[in-house]
Design a protein around this ligand. Structure first.
Ligand code: NAD
Length: 305
C-alpha cells in the first residue's frame, strides 16, 4: 500500500479507463486513496461500437482494491456528462487524465473526411470537452491537475497517421495554453507521449517489447504529475518502459535581414536558419520571438561606430 503520494479525498476522472493505460491508472489511483470516475465507451480500437463491460470490470477492480468508483459510459466528446458523473457521485473533481483514444490509420491519399473527423473528435475535441467541463470547478476551488495524452506520432510524425498526429500535437498545444491560463489558479496541465503495450500496439510490438513496455511502467510518472506536490506545468514528457524524459523547443541561430530582401537573400542565410551549434536558446513563449525581433531591429537602427 502506498505511501507518500496519497490522493485521499481527491476525485480523479480517467477517460478510456476500460483497458490499457487507463485501466492501469485507475488501479494505481485506487491503491492511493483516490475516488475514481471510470469512463469508457467500450468500442473497438477503430472506435466502432460501444459496450459497458470494460468500464464495469475496471470499476469492480477499483472497488476490490478498497476504493470507490463511479462509472460513466459516454464518449469523451460529451465531457459535460463525464464531469457530471464525478459531481453527482462525489461532489467534486480534482484531477483529469485525458486518455481515451482510437486509431484510424490510413495514408494521406486514401484518408477520408470521416477518418479525419473521427480522430480529431475523439482525441482533440474529447480532451477539450472533458477539460472544459471540469475547468470551472478547478478555478473555483483553486486546484486542478490535468494530464493529456499526446504521442510521438504528433511530435515526430508517423506514416499513415495524419489525423492522429494532428490531433496529438494539437493536444499538446492545448496543454500549453491551459498551463498559462491555469497557473494563477493552481491548475497544472502537462502532456505525456507514452509508448505502451496495449490492444492499440499489440500488432506492432514483438512479445519481448510488449513485456518491456507494460502500462504499469507509465503509471508512476503520471501519479507524480497528478499529485498536489507537482510543480510542473505545460511540460511534454516521453514515458515508456521505465524511461522518463522531457521534450522542449530549441531555437537555431537564425538570420535577421534588414530593409527589403529577396528569396535569394534568404536562401544565402539557410545555414544560419538551421544552425544549432553551441546554442542554448529554448523559447517558451511568443514574447521570446517578438523580443528577439525588436532587439535585432534596434541593434540595426543604432548608428555604426
Ligand atoms: N499504447 C501506446 O503506445 C500509445 C502511444 C502514444 C499514445 N497513446 C495514447 O494513449 C491513450 C491510451 O491508449 P492505450 O494504448 O491504452 O489504448 P487502449 O485501446 O487500450 O485504450 C483506450 C481506451 O479508450 C476508450 N475509448 C476510445 N474512444 C473513446 C471515447 N470516445 N470515449 C471514451 N472512451 C473511449 C477505449 O474503449 C479504450 O478502453 C490513447 O489516447 C492513445 O492514443 C498510446
Amino acid at each position: 500500500m502506498s505511501e507518500n503520494l496519497r490522493f485521499d479525498g481527491r476525485v480523479v476522472v480517467i477517460t478510456g479507463a476500460g483497458s490499457g493505460l487507463g485501466r492501469a491508472y485507475a488501479l494505481e489511483f485506487a491503491k492511493r486513496g483516490a475516488k475514481i470516475v471510470v469512463n469508457d465507451l467500450g468500442g473497438s480500437v477503430k472506435g466502432e461500437g460501444k459496450s459497458t463491460r470494460a468500464a464495469d470490470e475496471v470499476a469492480e477492480m477499483v472497488r476490490n482494491a478498497g476504493s470507490v468508483a463511479a462509472v460513466n459510459y459516454d464518449s469523451v466528446e460529451n465531457g459535460d456528462k463525464i464531469i457530471k458523473t464525478a459531481i453527482d457521485a462525489f461532489g467534486r473533481v480534482d484531477i483529469i487524465i485525458n486518455n481515451a483514444g482510437i486509431l484510424r490509420d490510413v495514408s494521406m491519399l486514401k484518408m477520408t473526411s470521416s477518418d479525419w473527423d473521427t480522430i480529431i473528435n475523439v482525441h482533440l475535441k474529447g480532451t477539450f470537452s472533458v477539460t472544459k467541463a471540469a475547468w470551472k470547478y478547478f478555478k473555483d476551488q483553486g486546484y486542478g491537475r490535468i494530464v493529456n495524452t499526446s504521442s510521438g506520432s504528433g511530435i515526430y510524425g508517423n506514416f499513415g497517421q495524419a489525423n492522429y498526429g494532428a490531433a496529438k500535437m494539437g493536444i499538446h498545444g492545448f496543454t500549453q495554453v491551459l498551463a498559462k491560463e491555469g497557473e494563477k489558479y493552481n491548475i497544472k496541465a502537462n502532456s505525456i507521449c507514452p509508448v505502451a503495450a496495449s490492444r492499440m500496439t499489440q500488432d506492432l510490438f514483438t512479445p519481448e517489447l510488449m513485456e518491456l513496455l507494460v502500462p504499469e511502467k507509465i503509471v508512476p510518472f503520471v501519479v507524480c504529475l497528478c499529485h498536489e506536490s507537482c510543480k510542473e506545468n505545460g511540460g511534454l514528457f516521453e514515458v515508456a518502459g521505465g524511461w522518463f524524459t522531457r521534450l522542449r523547443w530549441q531555437r537555431a541561430q537564425g538570420a535577421f535581414l534588414k530593409g527589403k530582401f529577396t528569396a535569394e537573400d534568404v536562401k544565402k542565410e539557410w545555414t544560419k536558419v538551421n544552425c544549432f551549434n553551441g546554442l542554448n536558446d529554448y523559447p517558451t513563449g511568443t514574447q521570446d520571438t517578438i523580443g528577439k525581433i525588436i532587439s535585432f531591429s534596434s541593434e540595426n537602427a543604432k548608428p555604426k561606430l
